[in-house]
Design a protein around this ligand. Structure first.
Ligand code: C5P
Length: 427
């Protein structure tokens, strides 16, 4: 380490702050101030685009150290080169982290100083994402974030709310005070949970989720069922748990393996599922109905196995309770998300169901010939998500990726709901 650099060291944690090019970059000066006030020594690296939003001179002023902007900087290389800087850092923070920076990091690109440092460092990396809400919800960004999280990268935010572009949704950079608190806590040996918590918008929320099919008994060995595999419900349950929710699954028969670490209650029929849900619904904040529930059941299931005899057999069916409809109509209904599987005219049917069942969100997908390999039992799915006043088409993706994006959307809409700004709210 060169002498001049050591002069600025506080003895506190050494944090390397990378700034990429988003409007939230203007908050970086405040962030540096707060990190230093917390005892950290901060060095700043900026991408070319970041300099359009805030000048290196400002950050040099607040950090008390020269700011690095270029990989090939003859003067800087003589002092602290990128490898030395990567080794110096005890924590690397990128704030704001744009969609482009996140994509470059996910794919291991090293085409400027910041991305090179991110590859060269062994220090824990934390990102404070900031971008337009559509960009945050885009499956490409979701997949990149999932990849980075799997590699141990931590997130602080983003938060949901009003954005610089005028839209409302998830993608706003967490406040500098929040990021600084998370980082400083994260540097402390027992502080890691603080970071986790900030990336968990559903922390402490209780989710009741139905999944799988139902079997409606004809006799003790035969039933009327459907092709639901449980894959989408289980993937969504895991994704919601990943956002901090405490998830209970009420599952009908399913061929997919359930998530091993979540509470699971097995049921067979729609009536059993109805009973299990109604017993637990008062204790949940969100109800997510992914199960493919039979609308009808045999009126008089036989007590013993039916014998073959006559050339024709008539079955009389009676309606099952509509679990989702009943939950959504409760006086103190939870935030309710339904699914709709349709063979045609997806948006019209889904919009009609959203209104008729008075739920907050509906995720609709095509099934049957129109779905071509997506939908029931398949590994991929595509969804059209509707809420009152908004919609988002999620392209065909593996169900686990789709579930992550959908869980993010649910968390964002839930936040709007509890903030009381949702006109489809419980009122
Ligand atoms: O009206 P439709 O049955 O298509 O609505 C589908 C949605 O309603 C799904 O979320 C499904 O889990 C839920 N549902 C239910 N109880 C029923 C039928 C459907 O909860 N009896």
């Amino acid at each position: 380490m060169i002498a001049g650099d050591a002069a600025g060291e506080s003895g506190g944690p050494r944090i390397l702050l990378g700034i990429s090019g988003g409007i939230a970059a203007y908050k970086a000066a405040e962030l540096v101030r707060r990190l230093r006030a917390g005892g950290a020594t901060v060095r700043v690296v900026m991408t070319a685009a970041a300099q359009a939003f805030i000048t290196p001179l400002t950050l040099q002023g607040v950090s008390g150290s020269p700011v690095r902007t270029a990989l090939l900087d003859a003067t800087a290389e003589a002092g602290m080169d990128h490898i030395e800087l990567a080794r110096w850092a005890e924590q690397v923070l990128v704030a704001p982290a744009t969609a482009h920076l996140i994509a470059r990091l996910a794919h291991g690109l090293a085409d400027d100083l910041l991305t090179t440092l991110l590859l060269a460092t062994a220090a824990p990396v934390t990102l404070a994402p900031a971008m337009n809400q559509q960009m945050w919800l885009h499956p490409a960004t979701a997949a990149n974030i999932a990849l980075l999280q799997a590699r141990g990268v931590q997130l602080v935010g983003p938060e949901a709310g009003e954005q610089a572009c005028g839209e409302v949704g998830p993608g706003r950079m967490a406040e500098p005070a929040t990021i600084a608190a998370a980082l400083l806590a994260g540097v402390a040996p027992a502080g890691q949970p603080a970071l986790d918590q900030l990336a968990r918008p559903l922390q402490g929320r209780r989710v009741l989720l139905t999944a799988g099919a139902t079997h409606e008994a004809l006799d003790p060995v035969r039933f009327i069922g459907n092709r639901s595999s449980g894959k989408m419900g289980y993937a969504l349950a895991s994704a919601l748990a990943g956002l901090g929710a405490q998830v209970t699954i009420v599952s009908g028969p399913a061929s997919a393996p359930p998530p091993p670490d979540l509470s699971l209650l097995r049921v067979e029929s729609a009536l059993e599922m109805h009973r299990a849900v109604m017993q637990r619904v008062a204790a949940c904040d969100l109800f997510v109905a992914v199960a493919a529930v039979a609308d009808y059941r045999p009126a008089d299931p036989a007590a013993v196995k039916l014998k073959k005899g006559a050339a024709e057999l008539e079955l009389r069916l009676v309606r099952n309770p509509d679990i989702l409809g009943e939950v959504a109509a409760l006086p103190r209904a939870p935030f309710t998300v339904g699914f709709a599987a349709e063979t045609d005219d997806l948006e019209r049917h889904a919009a009609a169901k959203l209104a008729a069942k008075r739920m907050q969100m509906i995720a609709a997908n095509l099934v049957g010939p129109a779905a071509a390999g997506a939908g029931f039992s398949a590994d991929d799915n595509a969804l059209l998500v509707l809420w009152r006043g908004g919609r988002q088409a999620l392209p065909r993706l593996p169900k686990a990726d789709l579930a992550n994006v959908l869980a993010g959307l649910i968390a964002a809409r839930y936040q709007v709901f509890i903030d009381g700004n949702d006109d489809a709210g419980a009122s």
